[in-house]
Design a protein around this ligand. Sequence first.
Ligand code: NAD
Length: 292
Amino acid sequence: MNKIGMIGLGNMGSPMAENLLKKEGSIIVYNRTKSKCDPFVAKGAVAADTVKEVAEKADIIILSLPGPVQVEEVVSELIENGKEGQIIIDTSTVSPGLNRKMAESAKEKGITYIDVPVSGGPAGAANGKLSLMIGASEEEFISLGLKEYTDTIGDKYFFMNKRGNGNAIKIINNFMSFSAQVINGEALAMAEALGISMDDFYTVVTKSSGNNAILNAKMNKVKNEDYKPGFALDLVVKDLELARQLCQENEIANFTLNTALQMYRIAQAKGCGKEDSSAVIRTIREVEKHIS
Ligand code: NAD
């Protein structure tokens, strides 16, 4: 029986670990802030003290880490201390280039590394309803026997056939979603300036052609001014920077991306980085006021 390791117990990693623990009865958990392991240990998980320990004990290792720096550090350590036949499933959003580099160096040691970035937020992870964007073919993924584990976190599989292409489509998706969130914020600020209530704004546009997924997903957070992070604003800046980097490397023009990125950067500079991405509305309102 495979031993499962889970590294990174944040907003996404925690519900993933919860579901894997339910399925397996026991898993190995590791997080930089060790206390995040405690609730899982109380339910039967084993906490590792180091990444090396996870590499030595687990057969399949699932990662949910903030970004490229942490992924490179952790995966390098896993490869260094790992053994042939191990599999690393990386659900973090990082650059396709980093995914390919990690996959290549893993392969030299007989370890399989696959990018499986996700979409659907902490609620999607908890309900097992995430979209999974997989940097491998369906044939490879199934033959490795990974589906029984990923089924605990996601139910929409998209096989992108090549290492890194899971993250390529994920970054494109997040460019769309987080740019739309800036448009939604500007639209709300317009409505407010024109004397239209927030309730009327949402009632009309969610039933009309202005509707979009992130408008629905964040509506209650904005209404209740509840900016506790589901998806931290710092991570939006990271994802849009990844999109900018992809465009630069591939000589792709992208105008809206830059505008959205600057708005989130201003929000970050104003101290909203640890809040939910929807907190960008506060910066938009301030900027609009300043201009008028
Ligand atoms: P998070 O910051 O809440 O969690 C990251 C966790 O990793 C934290 O618990 C942190 O302590 C831990 N960590 C950091 N460095 C570490 C290291 N070197 N070793 C071990 N643990 C370490 O972030 P999140 O919101 O859970 O996102 C995780 C990844 O999933 C990111 O790449 C993000 O872009 C992506 N993602 C997030 C969402 C979302 O809605 N939050 C949705 C889709 C994808």
